[in-house]
Design a binder for this molecule. Structure first.
Ligand SMILES: Nc1ncnc2c1ncn2[C@@H]1O[C@H](COP(=O)(O)OP(=O)(O)OP(=O)(O)O)[C@@H](O)[C@H]1O
Length: 596
């Protein structure tokens, strides 16, 4: 089997040094950083390097072309364009910095508080954020300009206020993602105050996305600033690129260079910021670089005698087949094998449940099957087949190309698997365009249709919504829609109902069963709950301590469990009377017969 790949880890885990070291290995990022630093230096040292006073008027210089002593020529008022461009960098950077700081100051604390405390704080902040987005920004800016006599700083603070909802959404969802992490609970139990937890843990998770968002926001703020100055809004005492563009625009046909210089400066600076933001975004959101082989645990030894599980279908008849799968993690106490010689298979149209207590190795089994183990994990297998074809030795890129096409994946935590910065529509449409090469309209139509198919009655609203604007159940439907949108032959669902209310759990299970039958997919469902197994599975593999201890048809396992541990698990699920009763009641309400 190939080496394990990195998962799509949304947590900004790399340390600052590691992040910058990796940033510096990206040529496009380095070039963008160099350009931006040059602009910053030019802005800082403009008084020292500008050859002329930017406001000094020499009528002989009016609309003159570049010449020695005046590198970019003169503008319509007879001022040196090069000197004005250097001083304009100051104004532009100052305005962008003010807008970003205002956006961060307003959006980040509110987002962190809303995500961390939830309840009324969340509702009120979200309402204000949504309301702020519906305010027409340009009209407010015109009113502020009129009211303050065009004060540049106040105008840029106002621009920042319109950027705040973006910071709010992003920091709220990052906070939501880490709020229930075990280490936060541990900090609470250890007696840390909310302030300390927010400072020590939550802000660490939020700071990297804030930096990335700021790079992009700064570019937008520069564009807005130039637009305002181009319209003559704001004080004109300091040279600025927008005003220079206005000057050039009026003489564009006769003296195009006067327009070209400030436009190029603005364009290059904004592009540099956008490249920096996207490079940082790549590094923080998806860890794509392979770790050195030395850092990986040694490949676990092959042990022919210690296989576990049964293979019941011929290779060519299986949608998924795994033989002798082993997963090892490097831990401070040495290498730890968490999946031991697992063998399993599932046929098209069949539902296989992998059931076991927490930590038994269920998720590691499916992650390694999908080649999605984290960096510190290593897997080997005698073979992995998807749709009857061996994939274990495929290059990683080819293996990953199966995801979203041959294989659909439904995760456990719907909310943290949707990017808070993009609408649901964007997140459904983009993969369809990229992977299935649909046109934008075709992809939108397909996304709309599949949302209707998964039971969303108002697809237009959901497509236009950001993840925080929909419920957990709806988010899981969206992810199921995304998973089946590419007509996969195999759907893997990892505890797909655990994070949901009991009633919604029943609906989601019903949906999965319907889709599995409609598409004729094989479904592998990971669960710790025998109730889920009873409701949806044809066969079940029971896992304990990284091994499959028993496999068989669901009815047989329920009536004649071959292992005392299986009997114990079934017993424990039946003892969970409250949740089972609720689940069964929900099924009955939906007109289903409960299988027990
Ligand atoms: N990154 C890691 N480093 C070390 N051990 C790990 C790592 N990830 C998982 N494990 C260990 O692997 C074992 C199996 O984990 P796995 O996630 O497969 O459990 P599971 O059966 O899916 O249970 P759960 O439903 O609680 O996730 C556990 O003992 C877990 O501690």
């Amino acid at each position: 089997m190939t080496d394990a790949a990195f998962p799509a880890d949304i947590t900004p885990s790399p340390g600052k040094q590691g992040l910058w070291a990796r940033y510096l290995r990206r040529p496009a990022g380095v070039a963008a950083l160099a350009v931006f630093l040059l602009v910053v230096l030019v802005g800082l040292f403009a008084p020292l390097i500008a050859p002329h006073d930017p406001n000094f008027v020499d009528f002989a210089l009016t609309q003159t072309p570049p010449a020695p002593g005046h590198l970019m020529g003169g503008d319509s008022a007879g001022r040196d364009i090069f000197s004005r461009l250097l001083f304009g960098a100051r104004t532009t950077l100052y305005g962008a910095a003010v807008a970003c700081l205002a956006g961060v100051a307003l959006g980040v604390p509110a987002g962190v508080a809303a995500g961390y405390f939830g309840g009324p704080a969340d509702r009120i902040c979200s309402w204000i954020s949504d309301a702020a987005q519906s305010v027409p920004g340009m009209i407010v800016l015109l009113i502020v300009a009129a009211g303050t006599g065009g004060d540049f700083t106040v105008l840029m603070v106002t621009v920042g206020a319109f950027m705040a909802p973006g910071y709010y959404r992003m920091s709220r969802s990052k906070t939501l993602a880490v709020r229930n992490e075990p280490y936060i609970d541990a900090a609470r139990v250890a007696g840390l105050t909310h302030t300390k937890i927010l400072y020590a843990h939550v802000l660490r998770a939020v700071h990297a996305p804030v930096i990335i968002q700021s790079a992009l926001t700064a570019g937008v703020a520069m564009g807005m600033q130039a637009g305002l100055q181009f319209l003559g809004i704001g004080t004109a005492s300091n040279p600025n690129w927008g005003q220079m563009m206005n000057d050039g625009f009026r003489t564009m046909l006769t003296h195009p260079l006067i327009l070209l210089w400030p436009s190029a400066a603005l364009g290059v600076t904004i592009a540099a910021l956008a490249f920096m933001g996207s490079t940082l975004g790549d590094l923080v959101s998806v860890r794509t670089e392979p770790v050195s082989r030395r850092a990986r645990p040694a490949a676990p030894p092959r042990d022919e005698g210690a296989r576990s599980g049964d293979l019941v279908h011929a290779v060519e008849d299986s949608a998924l087949r795994v033989e002798n799968l082993r997963v090892t993690y490097r831990t401070p106490d040495g290498d730890k094998q968490v999946v031991r010689g697992v063998c399993l298979d599932v046929a098209p149209g069949e539902v296989l449940g992998i059931v076991g207590e927490s930590g038994s190795g269920k998720s590691q089994t499916v992650f390694s099957t999908l080649d999605l183990l984290p960096a510190e994990g290593h897997s080997t297998a005698d073979g992995v087949w998807i749709a009857g074809r061996p994939v274990g030795d495929l290059p990683r890129a080819k293996r990953h190309a199966l995801l979203g096409t041959r294989i659909g994946y439904v995760p456990q935590e719907p909310m943290s698997n949707l990017d808070p910065c993009y609408t649901i529509g964007n997140q459904l449409v983009e993969p369809l365009r990229a992977v299935h090469e649909l046109s934008k309209d075709e992809a939108k139509e397909r996304a709309r249709a599949i949302l209707v198919r998964v039971g969303i009655t108002d697809p237009e609203r959901v497509l236009a919504s950001y993840p925080h604007q929909i419920s957990g159940g709806m988010a899981q439907r969206v992810l199921i829609a995304g998973a089946v949108a590419g007509n996969p032959s195999l759907l893997v669902a990892d505890e797909p109902t655990t994070a949901l209310d009991v009633t919604v759990q029943a609906e989601v299970l019903e949906l999965l069963r319907e889709l599995q039958q409609e598409y004729g997919m094989a479904l592998v469902i990971v669960t710790h709950n025998f109730g889920v197994v009873a409701d949806i599975c044809d066969r079940v593999a029971v896992m304990k301590d990284g091994k499959i201890i028993e496999t068989g048809p669901v009815d047989q396992i329920f009536t004649q469990p071959g292992d005392p541990y299986t009997a114990e698990l079934i017993h424990a699920s039946q003892d969970d009377t409250e949740s089972r009763a609720e689940l069964d009641a929900a099924w009955n309400k939906a007109g289903r017969t409960v299988r027990t």
